[in-house]
Design a protein around this ligand. Sequence first.
Ligand code: PLP
Length: 397
Amino acid sequence: MSGLGRHTALAPASGSRDDPWRASSPPIYQTATFEQESAAGFGEFDYARSGNPTRETLERHCARLEGAHSAFAFASGVAAITAVARLVRTGERIVAHTGLYGGTQRLLSRLAEERGVEVVWTDLVDGDPARALRGARLVLVESLTNPLWRAPDLCALVAACEMSGAWLAVDATATSPWLQKPIELGADLVIHSATKLLSGHADLTAGIVAARDATLAERLAFIQNSEGAVLGPFDSWLLLRGMRTLGVRLDRQQQTASALAQWLAARADIVRVHHPSLPTHADFARHAAQARGPGVVVSFETGDEARSLALVERLERFAIAVSFGSVDSTASVPCRMSHASVPASLRHVAMPPRDLVRLSIGLEDFADLSEDLAAALGCCDAKQDGVSRICAHGRPQ
Ligand SMILES: Cc1ncc(COP(=O)(O)O)c(C=O)c1O
């Protein structure tokens, strides 16, 4: 990738090496099997779980973008995290940040512990990493934690992991390779819920794991093929198409997100705004030093849960939806939605404020989004009754 401009580098190698028609869009190899020349030996592809040219085009593209040895595409972000957790054997230890995505907390605290992997939850943003990582085989953090967008000090974690002989895995869903490349900062593994920024259109679920070296890559290839949670050819193609516009989407979306964060922070009826573009954010300087931008999601507290619920329901330009990173703006109340899956044992440390509203900013104009927010905020004071669609229909993601 060296020498290419950043937008140019987002173009995957087009077509297949052997495509006689030289299609400018990569062909979708919608097939389960590949005919072999003989029964005595396999060609490059034989069965689509083990390998498919469309998925391979995506995986090579992701590896190139991350500066990784190899990348692997899974059916969801959670499947990607499951594969990384599988690298840790029974009796070994994972040290995980307390503020991870609720589904990751559920996965580690239930499924990993059930197979005899010890999981130690600790604050890896404000805590002392060197002390926390003793005995760890794998350390798991997010590049920006969801939904308060705290940033762990990745260089300090890299140094601490080197000392303790642990792999550092960074779930970089909230930043994407457009804003940060953890492997270039020294991490061993990068994970993405490609459902979000990478695909950008909320039209598929997918996960990516990129590995720094051949040894990790070999183990991940074995896990991916053995457990079989692979990304299908059509979704691989959709993801390749979405990634082509990652740079233009993110640049515009985070510009609008930063303007809205500022606009919200200036209002007297908002208690606190969480976005790394704001100098008041706890990790403003740290994040700016290790990433190229603050991301597209803004969270804020209204001071009252019922007010937050009523506010979200009044918004017209923001669909009430879990997930984030799409070209269309969405709003959620994390406590009731994305974080409903945080296990009971971690709720006292890992739950966001109950009145927190999360806005994922899309491609719409700032004026339309701020006007919509102003109208909803104007309608919702603390006396609003909080009976809501979210309460009635919410379920853990
Ligand atoms: C930071 C982070 N990692 C992983 C996931 C899981 O990804 P998926 O929903 O694609 O399985 C999510 C989902 O919200 C997330 O926010």
